[in-house]
Design a protein around this ligand. Structure first.
Ligand SMILES: [Zn+2]
Length: 267
């Protein structure tokens, strides 16, 4: 499937320009000109298949999408290139990349000198909260999304958390997201003045990885643009053995599809 897949052929052509601003935010503004009457939504976009699918769902539901990604010092920073490609393919209104450095605190295999756990198959993924957990990451990301939404006067935030085929992170659970939504409605000027009523959408929360993949395909998401691996090599190729790779591969297998991305041990 490519960018001109049938599901997207009615999407207006858009031009994009990328600029580097001085405030630690890289911005790609996509000129659309026909979305003035659509409600706005901030969509967290990591570059993985879950967040890409979540963005496609927001778009399908009629939102003008404002994508938000984070360069937080993650070892798999190559995912940001994926996020840019997906934002372009799915025709977001804006794509902002916030630069923060969570290596300052470390203590995660994604932001510190700690090996990413590897397994032979998804069944070997251990219980408990793994060392790839990044302390308070979704709270940090959602706080930025809340600020962006308030500035946009948007009531809607989309996040691709999943509590079925996931790594066991506490900040992916629906009860956490619901608590953040309650907090957000207390926290903003727009909320207190009644101009917005925050709703955090988590459309993937009860879907299996296979179900997410099928949904992505039905919405025309080009999954070859996505990146999931926690520990890619210098060329950005996925390892095939970290939790994220294994959950992704099992999802494709259960969906009866082949994963279009390349893995480093493939010839
Ligand atoms: Zn991997």
């Amino acid at each position: 499937m490519d960018v001109d897949s049938p599901a997207l052929e009615n999407t207006p052509r858009r031009r994009s320009t990328a600029v580097l601003t001085g405030g630690g935010v890289r911005e790609a503004v996509l000129h659309t000109g026909n979305e003035a009457t659509m409600p706005k939504a901030v969509c967290l976009l990591s570059g993985g298949l879950d967040s890409a699918t979540c963005l496609a769902i927001a778009r399908e539901q009629g939102f003008a999408c404002y994508a938000l990604s984070f360069d937080y010092g993650q070892r798999h920073r190559v995912e940001l290139q994926a996020a840019e490609r997906i934002a372009r393919q799915l025709g977001v209104k804006e794509h902002k990349v916030v630069i923060i450095d969570l290596r300052l605190f470390g203590r995660s295999a994604l932001t510190d000198a700690i090996d990413v756990p590897k397994h032979d198959d998804a069944g070997a993924i251990g219980g408990g909260i793994p060392v790839t957990y990044v302390p308070a990451r979704n709270t940090i990301f959602l706080s930025f999304a809340l600020a962006y939404a308030e500035v946009l006067e948007a009531s809607d935030i989309f996040i691709g958390v999943n509590a079925i085929d996931y790594s066991g992170y506490p900040d992916c659970r629906p009860e956490y997201i619901e608590a953040f939504e309650r907090m957000g409605n207390l926290a903003t000027k727009a909320g207190v003045e009644g101009r917005t009523r925050l709703k955090i959408h988590m459309p993937l929360s009860s879907m299996t990885k296979a179900g997410i993949i099928r949904e992505a395909v039905s919405l025309g998401v080009n999954l070859s643009l996505t990146h999931s691996c926690y520990d890619p090599n210098a060329e950005g190729l996925a390892c095939g053995h970290c939790d994220s790779c294994l959950l992704r591969l099992r999802g494709f297998a259960e969906a009866g599809l082949s994963d279009p991305i390349r893995y480093r041990n493939e010839q």
